[in-house]
Design a protein. Structure first.
Lengths: 282, 168
């Protein structure tokens, strides 16, 4: 295995173009080194992106939203006050990843590209409307995060490409968001079920679902929901959660996941709606 | 050409790492972890090797002042950076934090303790007056098979109080 630490994006993309799936990009390494250790991956090139000087900054605030570069760690994300204020679901989700030491290395972009169906940050990014920029020697293109995932460990970012940024639009005024996750233990465990919710000021809502399908899922309702109307909320939840297709694995049975998805889904919606109300009152 | 790549053998890397304040040159195959570099090449065996996949925290060190799992960092990634291991926390003798671990009876078999101490030291440097939930969150990546968590948390609390001058 060769280690390469390019200083330019062009150099990194050229190596990836030449080596294809024999090369692996590296940022935090918290998934990559586990793969090396278990020989589930055996790259002949490691391309470390941390020395590149012309990639987008870790985080940039713009008029339209925030832009996150490939080297933004989850630790930096958790500590970022603008993220906490405007994208609370993402802050909460990032805080559930691994442990302090994991978050000090792991990158948000890496969490996406690893493409685990249980990736903690993805449900939040889905409901927050994330757009991903994928670059290769052939150029750059953008895809919505909802279209980014193809299946377990498979994305639209093929082996010769890099995700160079994630864009999140500022949420519409009054929108609230929240994230809920169930694990067997707090630290260093993968999510058994995770749900992110965004609720707009007039009661339209979207849910992002993790670990209940072959890839992270999203569902939304276009019509406003009266959250004080319990039967209506239950019907909407039925409809939204219908996309889930959980399986039984080492962490939980299908039935348990289905039951807990319902519980967490409602909690996430109510928590998101609560934040929305507070913002209106303020 | 990466600065860290050795000239002759492309599979071997040579890194200059500041370990506990001293510049060290480490030559290792590219796939070797920082943990292996510290223990097997530099002989700093205070950092423990346990799960080697980022689950247990026994290998926690400070990389440029931040707590990381050294099993999840390539040795060559530390080229040009600063690493502090448990051996580097004090010139001689235990630190106040290590003393409080002993005072609290937080050390049973002792295997997880270097990692616990490094995570706790990182917490106290970044948050000198942590609440109990904050201490538990900070140490949630460090497993203790003896189950000594309550005393470990107490030791961290005591150290925070001591550093704040609440004791003689």
């Amino acid at each position: 295995m060769r280690y390469h630490r390019p200083t330019s994006k062009a150099d990194a993309l050229a190596v990836l173009a030449a080596e294809g799936d024999r090369a692996r990009p590296l940022v935090g390494g918290t998934d990559l080194l586990v793969g090396l250790r278990h020989s589930t991956i055996a790259p002949t090139w490691i391309v470390d992106l941390k020395g590149i000087t012309d990639l987008p900054e870790p985080i940039t605030l713009t008029e339209d939203g925030i832009r996150i570069g490939p080297t933004m760690t989850l630790g930096e994300l958790v500590a970022h006050l603008d993220v906490r204020r405007s994208f609370p679901a993402l802050s909460e989700a990032a805080l559930t990843v691994g442990s302090v030491a994991i978050r000090n290395r792991a990158s948000l972009v890496g969490n996406l590209c690893n493409a685990s169906p249980a990736a903690d940050t993805v449900p939040a990014l889905l409901v927050l409307g994330a757009v991903v920029t994928i670059e290769s020697v052939d150029g750059a293109r953008t895809v919505s995060l909802a279209d980014f995932f193809l299946g377990p460990r498979r994305t639209q970012c093929h082996a010769s490409a890099l995700v160079t940024r994630i864009d999140l639009p500022w949420p519409p005024a009054g929108t609230g968001s929240a994230f809920q996750r169930l694990t067997r233990r707090r630290g260093v465990d993968l999510g058994t079920v995770s749900v992110a919710a965004a609720v707009s000021s007039d009661g339209r809502m979207s849910l992002g679902l993790g670990a209940v399908g072959p890839k992270p899922l999203m569902a939304e309702v276009a019509e406003p929901v009266d959250l004080t109307d319990e039967p209506q909320l239950e019907r909407v939840l039925d409809q939204l959660l219908n996309v889930a297709a959980p399986i039984t694995d080492v962490r939980a049975s299908r039935e348990y996941r289905e039951a807990m998805l319902r519980v967490l889904g409602k909690r996430a919606v109510l928590a998101a709606a609560g934040r929305r109300t507070r913002m209106e009152a303020a | 050409m990466s600065p860290a790549q050795a000239d002759e053998d492309p599979l071997t890397t040579t890194s200059t790492v500041t370990v506990n304040g001293t510049a060290r040159i480490v030559t290792a195959p590219a796939h070797r972890s920082l943990l292996e570099g510290l223990r097997d090449i530099l002989g700093l065996t205070g950092t423990k090797s346990c799960c080697a996949e980022g689950e247990c925290g026994a290998c926690t060190v400070l990389l440029d002042g931040k707590a990381v799992n050294s099993c999840l960092v390539l040795c060559v990634e530390s080229d040009g950076h600063e690493v502090t291991t448990i051996e580097g926390l004090s010139e001689c003798g235990p630190t106040d934090l290590q003393e409080e671990f002993l005072n609290a009876g937080a050390v049973q078999c002792g295997f997880c303790i270097p990692g616990q101490v490094m995570s706790a030291e990182y917490l106290l440097r970044t948050n000198p007056a942590p609440s109990e939930p904050e201490i538990r969150e900070a140490l949630s990546g460090n497993l203790c098979r003896c189950g000594g968590y309550a005393r470990i948390v107490a030791a961290v609390k005591e150290t925070a109080a001591r550093r704040a001058g609440d004791h003689d």
